[in-house]
Design a protein. Structure first.
Length: 487
């Protein structure tokens, strides 16, 4: 695949003053050290060790070894020059069983990381949950049960209580769609379940947990921290104008987008859910007052988006709607053949940025400011004879999507930052280490880090925009804090 490239004489147009440039990672995908310093097992430890669960047969046991090489990775961030770094905290490092006192060693790791970032002039943007539920909580129901939402709120207050003096921007969940439906309905992600009502209950309890956590963190807020959630949203266009494909597009939109957007920002459950899940009618997991809790006002919305969707009507795997999983919605994909594909098989169409932001503005008037918290491309990256990864397709992808994002802002979208996924090549969930999204190449045999051409392009683009971004927080705390089990 070769994407169109632009010459150096065609710089990106200027983004607004104060626009935040950054990169993103997730704990299980980069940290490794899965049994060190008191960390408990997560559902991804269990899942990745299940034969056949990961395409390559690999696990996240070592990943990029960021747990030991974090200073080296912060040096890369310093060289890149972005103003912010989005990372996630591993819940089982903080509470090995998902409940109880703080594991001091685990909290200490993130405290040191935050201080190092601030010393480097980089704003830490913290995600509380990027899919690594403590296995002990899954063993008693996981996200199917409301108690897990309560446990999450307690965990959030512990992390916020420890790091809220230095971290200005807090995300509760990354892509609850993937947790609820890829994990509990399709079985392609941890915990590997294939359920109907269980997956719908998981989606609802994730939203309840979000509301509980934001409320609890605001109750102990000490300065101007900002709170939000990150959703993976899809730009959806029917493959053609047939009645069947338009209905498929409605179902897919309800499945991916509205199931979270409507409760969060429109104070309602999706009107299309009866069409999406006609046989799954039990909503006993919804309690009076839940919509008010879920719809707590937010300071920002994180949006992860990678590729467009062109749905067509498809066959259901299970003809009986009462026996279907929540992911069996009768939708296929037929993107235009002329669109190039990434190594993940995803079609590339940069205009998704403009179209998606316009849709959100039009349909959700109460939407808070938006940050693009993930966007990127997997390429077949190899180190060339000159010792460099020449990933021109990734550069073209970045250039095109940023131009589309700029147009969205020109059209009136309130977008305040962009985080490329990912800083490092990493454990790509069910795909193992076969797919590379990073600006930095990882040699998984030696763990050597090699910045790619895209790293240099992104660095130079940031400098050209306005040099080093101004951090979101006023200043670093005077010194690191020490942690005990009673913190």
């Amino acid at each position: 695949m070769t994407l169109p490239t632009r010459t150096a004489s065609e710089p990106l147009p200027a983004f607004p003053a104060g626009f935040v440039w950054g990169t993103a990672t997730a704990a299980y995908q980069i940290e490794g050290a899965v049994s060190e310093d008191g960390r408990g097992p997560s559902i991804w430890d269990t899942f990745s060790h299940t034969p056949g669960a990961i395409e390559t047969g690999e696990t996240g046991d070592v990943a990029c070894d960021h747990y030991h090489r974090w200073k080296e990775d912060v040096d890369l961030l310093r060289e890149l020059g972005g103003g912010a770094y989005r990372f996630s905290v591993a819940w089982p490092r903080i509470q090995p069983t998902g409940r109880g006192a703080v594991n001091a060693a685990g909290m200490g790791f993130y405290s040191r990381l935050v201080d190092e970032l601030l010393d480097a002039g980089i704003t830490p943007v913290l995600t509380l949950y990027h899919w690594d539920l403590p296995q002990a909580l899954e063993d008693v129901g996981g996200w199917r049960v409301r108690d897990t939402a309560k446990r999450f709120a307690e965990y959030a207050t512990l992390v916020h209580g420890a790091l809220g003096d230095r971290v200005p921007m807090w995300t509760t969940f990354n892509e609850p769609f993937c947790t609820a439906f890829i994990g509990y309905a399709e079985g392609r992600h941890a915990p590997g379940a294939k359920e109907g009502h269980g997956a719908l209950a998981a989606a609802h309890h994730l939203l309840v947990a979000h509301g509980l956590a934001v409320t609890a963190m605001r109750d102990q807020q000490r300065r101007d921290e900002r709170f939000g959630i990150t959703l993976n949203l899809q730009d959806i266009t029917p493959a053609d104008d047939s009645t069947e494909d338009r209905a498929a597009a409605r179902r897919l939109d309800g499945f991916i987008n509205r199931v979270f957007l409507d409760p969060l920002f429109a104070h309602r459950y999706p009107q299309a859910e009866a069409e999406v899940w006609p046989g799954l009618t039990d909503r006993a997991f919804r309690l009076d007052g839940d919509l008010g809790l879920i719809g707590v006002p937010l300071d920002f919305l994180g949006v992860n988006t990678y590729f467009p969707s062109y749905p067509v009507a498809g066959e259901h795997a299970q003809p009986d709607p009462t026996r279907r999983t929540a992911g069996d919605i009768g939708v296929g994909e037929a993107p235009p053949e002329h669109l190039p594909r990434t190594e993940m098989g995803w079609p590339v169409e940069a205009d998704i940025m403009r179209r998606l932001m316009a849709r959100l503005r039009a349909e959700y008037p109460e939407l808070p400011p938006v940050y693009i918290t993930e966007n990127g491309m997997a390429c077949p990256d190899e180190i060339a004879a000159d010792g460099v990864v020449h990933d021109q397709d990734r550069i073209a992808y970045l250039d095109g999507h940023l131009r589309s994002l700029h147009q969205a802002i020109e059209d009136g979208a309130d977008v305040r930052g962009y985080f490329y996924w990912s800083l490092l090549d990493n454990f790509e969930w069910a795909r193992g280490y076969a797919k590379r999204f990073g600006l930095v190449h990882i040699d998984y045999a030696t763990l050597a880090r090699t910045p790619k051409d895209s790293f240099a392009w992104y660095r130079d683009m940031i400098r050209a925009q306005r040099g080093r971004d101004t951090p979101l927080s006023a200043a670093k705390a005077a010194s690191s804090r020490s942690w005990t089990s009673s913190s």
